[in-house]
Design a protein around this ligand. Structure first.
Ligand SMILES: Cc1ncc(COP(=O)(O)O)c(C=O)c1O
Length: 351
């Protein structure tokens, strides 16, 4: 099918004249800046936070471009990837008219963001146990007003990767936007699909610095796609959506790639150890194979075990009410000490 972004965009977005901030208009570094109504006295105790941040975060994007092998004009940085998800709905889905497809169980914000934007969600569940995509059902569920399809690879909360062949089938047959959320890709043996961006103009890939990069508190989410769609993101986002501290510290951390790779290896090794050990416990029925920094554990009684762990000051995520996840707990891989404490505590659980 042919992809045409003008048919997909909401009318108000097509017509939108974006806010032009002072720093959009003059790109030079030197000068006397009296254009943004800042307090021009440098702040005394902190370090020059009296000025607005770079609205397009170019330094950070230069580094990301180098690490990810994509062009600067194919990168959007959001206040967490949740901001990118919200912008996708606001750009492409006419409230009360258009719809988006998701494949539960999956990350909850796709549905929440759709609801906030008054966009209908069509749910096509993953296959039971394998948690793979039901491509036939997805294709049959697409309607004239389907604008977005969300996939999550590795998927939250199931932890598995999604077959590229299945995603490819949808990408080729659907003329709307296919979003692949790769928040956990760094923990995975699956290859990121960033290299496919040049082949599919309707592909949007989400990543984040909140997981492997360890910067959840800075709120830095990433979207990679065609320059045309990035322009749409930039039109819609608030002018200064990434604050100066986040830009500065994220750039610093991106230069620390070696240390992060070491941590990721450690987390993966702990994941395998924890999977092995936790499977041996009486209260555990099964652990689903994980490509992420968490495991989904099927237990005898998720709610009772959850409560018992909370009493012992260990907090995990009870997913028992989530489709296909009955009696499952989602457990983040902790440090070696935290994982040991979890195992010791669970081994004392009396059902
Ligand atoms: C699949 C998935 N995508 C996105 C996010 C949110 O990422 P961010 O912190 O960048 O908003 C999460 C957070 O748990 C997630 O599980």
């Amino acid at each position: 099918m042919k992809f045409d972004i003008t048919n997909l965009l909401r009318q108000n977005i097509k017509e939108l004249i974006p806010y032009s901030s002072a720093r959009d208009e003059y790109k030079g570094k030197d000068g006397v800046f009296l254009d943004a109504n800042e307090n021009t006295h440098p702040d005394k105790y902190l370090n020059r936070f009296n000025r607005y941040p770079d609205p397009l975060q170019l330094k950070l994007k230069e580094k990301l471009s180098e690490i990810k092998g994509v062009m600067i004009n194919q990168i959007f940085i959001g206040n967490g990837s949740d901001e990118a998800i919200d912008i996708l709905f606001r750009a492409f889905c006419e409230p009360g008219k258009d719809n988006a497809i998701i494949c539960p169980p999956t990350y909850g914000m796709y549905e929440v963001s759709a609801a906030i934007n008054n966009v209908k969600i069509i749910k096509v569940p993953l296959f039971v146990e394998t948690f793979q995509l039901d491509t036939k059902n997805i294709l049959e569920s697409i309607t004239e007003t389907t604008k977005l399809i969300f996939f999550c690879c590795p998927n939250n909360p199931t932890g598995n990767g999604v077959k590229w062949q299945d995603i490819k089938t949808i990408l080729e047959l659907f003329n709307g936007i296919v979003v692949i959320d790769e928040a956990y890709i760094d923990f995975s043996s699956y290859k990121s699909l960033l290299y496919e961006l040049e082949n599919y103009p309707n592909l949007v890939i989400l990543q984040t610095l909140s997981k492997a990069w360890g910067l959840a508190g800075l709120r830095v989410g990433l979207a990679f796609t065609s320059a045309t769609i990035i322009n749409v993101f930039n039109k819609i986002k608030p002018p200064y959506n990434i604050n100066s501290v986040s830009q500065k510290l994220a750039l610093k951390e991106l230069k620390n790639q070696e240390e992060i790779s070491k941590q990721v290896k450690e987390i993966i090794s702990e994941r395998e150890k924890l999977t092995f050990e936790i499977t041996r416990l009486n209260c555990v029925l099964k652990v689903y194979p994980s490509e992420a920094n968490f495991i989904l554990v099927k237990t005898l009684s998720a709610t009772n075990i959850y409560k018992y762990l909370v009493e012992n000051k260990i907090i995990v995520r009870n997913r028992t009410n989530v489709l296909l996840c009955e009696d499952c707990l989602r457990i983040t891989i902790g440090t070696m000490e935290e994982n040991k404490l979890l195992l010791d505590t669970l081994s004392n659980y009396l059902s």
